[in-house]
Design a protein. Structure first.
Length: 365
């Protein structure tokens, strides 16, 4: 059976960084998707292709140790681009092997064009690695289970979490994986070795706009700096994280209750706490571009902060008046900033057959 897995990207609304220390966070899936196409290999050899990152069709085998071995010895740059795919594939294959399941030879094509700016292919920062991980895991599970309906979200989530941590060196909270699997607006929290999450409604009369800061950022590098701060200055670290936790908790509770004014107040406070990280981490979590966007947003009475680890990528502007959002949008464009047509989604990962029928849709309402 030929099939497609389609997995959404994400935007963090509240709780960046502090989520790593047990604070609640708020994440939204988006209408930008990572697609993975799978079909049975006719010649018994695995194949991978990823045109969106300039990776041509490559053949590979799985050796006796469960490692991916490319047959045609591609350039190092191409192998490097496939490092995430390779790590996820190897980890998942070994996990499935331990359960008595073997991945049949497949032809795989990855499509992540939605996660880049079309004009220059700069990465937007929508969690492409998590979305690709979930798409791959779903496809590999589907290749071993006759009826895709038998695959549960929990199966996908656990294997995707494990594989993504293996690929990323245990950096990150896992919030992007949960958003990719389940979709919607999700309140997420780490409790020791456990996670808890639930989908919550988007408040009425709250409007938003996503703004491109002008440059991409590297999440792992920023998270490493945050962890270094924890080790080298524990007292200052704990003080700041406690403040972030309180503000994130209050903001998310207000969001869930539909108290827009209180949510926006805490959203603004969190921007300033992220700005303090600039000094503490000695890196621009809130860049000059983000600061300029913030100033423009506040001049119209709207609220803005960066989404995710910062250092670039996207930010989200919130307002209570959609006509004001339109005016801010026009002003941002006049000042040289680009707004991106990205919407919060309700759909999580889904799998489609070759006939285009949805076999399984993992989202809840």
């Amino acid at each position: 059976m030929n099939f497609l897995t389609k997995t959404p990207g994400k935007l963090i609304i509240l709780g960046e960084y502090s989520v790593l220390e047990g604070a609640p966070s708020l994440v939204a899936s988006t209408n930008r998707f990572a697609n993975a196409f799978f079909k049975k290999s006719k010649d018994g050899i695995f194949k991978i292709e990823a045109p969106s990152i300039n990776v041509p069709l490559l053949k590979f085998l799985i050796d006796d140790e469960g490692k991916v071995r490319f047959i045609d010895k591609p350039f190092n740059k191409v192998v490097e681009k496939l490092s995430l795919f390779t790590a996820i594939f190897e980890h998942a294959a070994n996990k499935l092997k331990n359960k008595g399941l073997k991945i049949p030879p497949l032809e795989i094509m990855l499509d992540t064009y939605d996660f880049y700016l079309p004009k220059n292919l700069l990465k937007l920062g929508l969690g492409s690695s998590a979305a690709v991980t979930v798409s791959l895991i779903t496809g590999l599970l589907s290749a071993n289970i006759i009826e895709p309906e038998e695959i549960s979200p929990d199966q996908i989530l656990q294997l995707a979490m494990d594989s993504h941590k293996q690929a990323q060196g245990s950096i990150g909270s896992g919030v992007d994986i949960v958003a990719a699997v389940y979709g919607g607006i999700i309140k997420y929290q780490i409790n020791g070795k456990e996670i808890s999450f639930k989908q919550i409604p988007f408040p009425k009369d709250l409007y938003y706009l996503t703004v491109w800061s002008g440059k991409p950022a590297s999440t792992p590098g920023y998270v490493n700096k945050f962890n270094k701060f924890k080790i080298e200055r524990p007292a200052g670290f704990r003080s700041l994280v406690n403040e972030m936790t309180i503000v994130s908790s209050n903001g998310i509770d207000a969001f869930e209750k539909g108290d827009i004014d209180l949510f926006l107040e805490n959203y603004d406070l969190y921007y300033h706490l992220l700005n303090r990280l600039n000094t503490e981490l000695k890196i621009p979590v809130i860049t000059k571009e983000h600061q300029k966007i913030y100033e423009i947003a506040r001049s119209f009475g709207t609220f803005y902060k960066s989404s995710g680890a910062g250092g670039g990528d996207l930010g989200i502007l919130f307002a209570t008046d959609k006509f004001v959002v339109k005016k801010v949008n026009e002003e941002l464009k006049r000042k040289g900033f680009e707004t991106i047509e990205i919407k919060f989604g309700t759909q999580g990962m889904n799998s489609l057959t070759k006939d285009g029928e949805i076999d399984a849709e993992f989202s809840y309402s």
